[in-house]
Write a protein that binds this ligand. Structure first.
Ligand SMILES: Cc1cc2nc3c(=O)[nH]c(=O)nc-3n(C[C@H](O)[C@H](O)[C@H](O)COP(=O)(O)OP(=O)(O)OC[C@H]3O[C@@H](n4cnc5c(N)ncnc54)[C@H](O)[C@@H]3O)c2cc1C
Length: 116
């Protein structure tokens, strides 16, 4: 059975974990990140990023409803929550894939919990 040795193993790939792992790797340390769920942690997948994407949709809706204040006439706007949520999930997934890409680029090992 083969085994790999690391200088640094980071548990969790949230903003705390992935930044620390990237820095350790940049400093020349053989680094791995162990993640139980999605790369990017709560912030990228459920917290900061998807909520801000939803807020942006609400802001656009607000702008449209006040378009006449800016001299623009718009037919009545309506909200499609499914599409709003889909956009929010796409933004979050894109950010998570961005971390995956970065990890690969700098050859930083990303392990799922239970993976050897
Ligand atoms: C709805 C919401 C909105 C938010 N909005 C903002 C915002 O706008 N701005 C802001 O600054 N902050 C915001 N936050 C807070 C932000 O999400 C957290 O501060 C940030 O995620 C903390 O980062 P972290 O790396 O410490 O932990 P986390 O992001 O929680 O990441 C921890 C990671 O560790 C993994 N993990 C846990 N245990 C193990 C284990 N035993 N083995 C392997 N992996 C494990 C988890 O799966 C997770 O991926 C928001 C939070 C929420 C819930």
């Amino acid at each position: 059975m083969s085994s790999t040795k690391f200088d640094v193993i980071v548990l969790g790939s949230g903003p705390g974990g992935y930044v620390a792992a990237i820095r350790a790797s940049q400093l020349g340390l053989k680094t791995a990140v162990v993640e139980a769920a999605d790369l990017g942690g709560i912030c990228l997948n459920w917290g900061c990023i998807p909520t801000k994407a939803l807020i942006k949709s609400a802001q656009v809706f607000e702008y449209i409803n006040h378009a006449e204040d800016y001299g623009i006439s718009v037919e009545k706007a309506s909200v499609n929550f499914d599409d709003m949520i889909k956009r929010s999930r796409n933004v979050a997934d894109g950010m998570s894939k961005g971390i995956q890409f970065l990890f690969k680029k700098i050859k930083l090992k990303n392990l799922r919990v239970g993976e050897k």
